[in-house]
Design a protein around this ligand. Structure first.
Ligand code: TAP
Length: 451
C-alpha cells in the first residue's frame, strides 16, 4: 500500500490519506538533506540563530491551526494541543540561543594552541511516536538544527499532520529547502532506513522499549550514536507526612493526562500504609471530577485513546484486576475509555507493565526504605513524584529513586530548559535542557603547533 488512512480518534471516522514513502523516496530526502546541511553548517552562527527565531515566530502565528490539527488527528484536548504548539515555538526560541553559545575549550598544551570544536553530525534522523507528535519532534529537530545539522523526520503513521505542517512552516519561515525533511511512512521502511543509511549520522528514537532496542542494535552495527526515549512505569510516592489533599487532587492529572498515553505517566501510586485508606477516599472524587469528552471543548481534561486496537490493548490490562473505582467516558464511536484505579500487588502485571492508557495501579508500602524499594522495582526509570512535607526525606528519596526526571510535591516533568530522559529500560541520553544542542555534535580537538 502506498498510502495510510487517518482516523479521527474522537469519532472513529476516516478523514485523510497520507502517502507512505518507499526506501527510494527516503533515500532521496536524505540526499537533499546532505546537500542542505553543508550550506547550513557554513552559515555564521547568528544566521542560523535568526533562521530558528523566524521559524519560532511563524509557528507562534500558527498555534491555533497546529492545535486544531492535533485535536483532529490525535484526539488531544484543545487546551493541551494549544500548549503543545506553543511549546514547539518555545523549544525553537530556546534552541536559537545555541548556535552562538556552542563554545569549545582551549586546553593548555605545551608548544602550541589546543582547541575543541563542536562539529555537527551531518544529517540527523528523528523517529517520532504518536502520543505527543509535535512536542517530541521539536525536542529533536530544534536543537539538531541549531547545532548545524540537517534533519530527516519520520512521524508516526497514525499522527503525521502536525509534523507535515511544521515542515511547510519551516519553508515559509525561510529555512532552506532540504534542511528539514518530513518523510511519512512506516517504521519498518522509513525508520529502518534512517538506521541503515550511511549518510544519517545520528538517530533519535522515541517510542516503545522493544522497537527502541532494535533501533539501537541497528545503529550499533553502523557505529551510529542513538538517543532513546522509551517507556515508563513511573511511581507517584505518597508518604504519610504529605499534604494528602493536594497529592490526591493532583494524582489523576499525573497519570490520565493525554489519556495516559504519556511515557511519564505516574501509573503506579505507592501510598504509605498508614494513610492508604484516607488517600483512596480523597482520590475517588478527584477521579470522578476528571472530565473525559469531546477534545474540541475547552474544559475537557481527557480525550479518546489513539486507536481501536490500542483501546483493546488497554482493556486487556484490566482483566482479572481489582478495580477500586472508575471515572466516566462518553458513549459513541470514538475510542473512549473510562479512567480506572486498580488495587494491585507488586507482582501483578498491572504493576509491572506499561499500559499507556488511563489506568493506575495503587500499592501500599510500609516505610521509607520499602517505598524506595517498590519505586525501583521496575525495569523502567523515566519519571516519578515524591509527596512529603519532610525536606530531608524528599532529598533522600529523590536521590535513591533511579529515574531521570523526578518532582517533589508536583508532577511536572517537561520544561524545555531542563534535561529530560530516562534511566534503565527508559532510555539512553538526554533531550532538552542547557546541553540539548551540544548533544547533536561531536567534539573535534585541534592542536596548532607554535614552536
Ligand atoms: P513504537 O511502535 O515503538 O513506534 C515509535 C516510532 O517508531 C513510530 O514512528 C514507528 O513508526 C517507528 N517504528 C516502528 N518500528 C520501527 C522500526 N523497526 N524501525 C524504526 N522505526 C520504527 O511506539 P508507539 O506505539 O508509537 O508508542 C508507544 C510506546 O512508546 C510506549 O511504550 C511509550 O512508552 C513509548 N513512548 C516513550 C516516550 C518517551 S519520551 N520516553 C514518548 C512516547 C512514547 P510507525 O508506527 O509509523 O510504523
Amino acid at each position: 500500500m502506498t498510502s495510510f488512512t487517518l482516523i479521527n480518534p474522537a469519532t472513529g471516522r476516516e478523514f485523510r490519506e497520507v502517502p507512505r514513502a518507499s526506501v527510494e523516496e527516503t533515500d532521496a530526502a536524505i540526499a537533499r538533506a546532505v546537500v542542505a546541511q553543508r550550506s547550513w553548517a557554513a552559515l555564521p552562527p547568528v544566521a542560523r540563530a535568526d533562521a530558528l527565531r523566524s521559524f519560532a515566530r511563524v509557528v507562534e502565528q500558527h498555534v491555533e491551526e497546529l492545535a486544531q490539527l492535533e485535536v483532529l488527528n490525535s484526539g488531544h484536548p484543545i487546551g493541551s494541543a494549544r500548549w503543545e504548539a506553543s511549546h514547539v515555538a518555545q523549544v525553537l526560541n530556546f534552541s536559537a540561543g545555541a548556535p552562538e553559545r556552542l563554545s569549545g575549550q582551549q586546553i593548555p598544551v605545551a608548544g602550541g594552541l589546543d582547541v575543541t570544536f563542536h562539529e555537527p553530525y551531518g544529517v540527523v534522523g528523528i523517529i517520532v511516536p504518536w502520543n505527543f507528535p509535535m512536542t517530541i519532534a521539536s525536542w529533536g529537530f530544534a536543537p539538531a538544527l541549531a547545532a548545524g545539522n540537517a534533519v530527516v523526520l519520520k512521524p508516526a503513521e497514525l499522527t503525521p499532520l502536525t509534523a507535515l505542517r511544521l515542515g511547510e512552516i519551516a519553508l515559509e519561515a525561510g529555512l532552506p529547502e532540504g534542511l528539514f525533511e518530513i518523510v511519512t511512512g512506516s517504521g519498518s521502511v522509513v525508520g529502518q532506513r534512517f538506521v541503515t543509511h550511511p549518510d544519517v549520522r545520528s538517530v533519535v528514537f522515541t517510542g516503545s522499549t522493544e522497537v527502541g532496542t532494535d533501533v539501537a542494535a541497528g545503529c550499533a552495527r553502523q557505529l551510529k550514536p542513538v538517543t532513546l526515549e522509551l517507556g515508563g512505569k513511573s511511581a507517584n510516592i505518597v508518604f504519610d507526612d504529605a499534604d494528602l489533599e493536594k497529592a490526591a487532587a493532583a494524582a489523576p492529572g499525573a497519570v490520565f493526562d493525554n489519556a495516559g498515553q504519556d511515557c511519564c505517566a505516574r501509573s503506579r501510586i505507592l501510598v504509605q500504609r498508614s494513610v492508604y485508606d484516607r488517600f483512596l477516599e480523597l482520590l475517588e472524587p478527584a477521579v470522578a471530577a476528571w472530565r473525559v469528552g469531546d477534545p474540541s471543548h475547552d474544559d475537557t481534561d481527557m480525550g479518546p485513546l489513539i486507536s481501536a486496537s490500542h483501546r483493546a490493548n488497554v482493556e486487556g490490562f484490566l482483566e482479572g484486576t481489582d478495580i477500586a473505582f472508575r471515572g466516566a467516558a462518553p458513549d459513541g464511536d470514538g475510542f473512549w475509555f473510562a479512567p480506572a484505579v486498580v488495587l494491585a500487588q507488586p507482582d501483578d502485571r498491572i504493576a509491572k507493565e506499561e499500559v499507556f492508557g488511563p489506568v493506575v495501579a495503587v500499592l501500599p508500602f510500609d516505610d521509607e526504605a520499602d517505598g524506595i524499594r517498590l519505586a525501583n522495582d521496575t525495569i523502567y526509570g523515566l519519571a516519578g513524584s515524591i509527596w512529603t512535607e519532610n525536606l530531608s526525606r524528599a532529598v533522600r528519596v529523590s536521590r535513591a529513586v533511579k529515574s531521570g526526571v523526578l518532582s517533589v510535591n508536583s508532577h511536572s516533568s517537561v520544561r524545555y530548559w531542563t534535561p529530560f530522559g530516562g534511566m534503565k529500560a527508559s532510555g539512553l541520553g538526554r533531550e532538552l535542557g542547557p546541553d540539548a544542542a551540544e548533544h547533536f555534535t561531536e567534539t573535534k580537538n585541534v592542536f596548532f603547533a607554535t614552536d
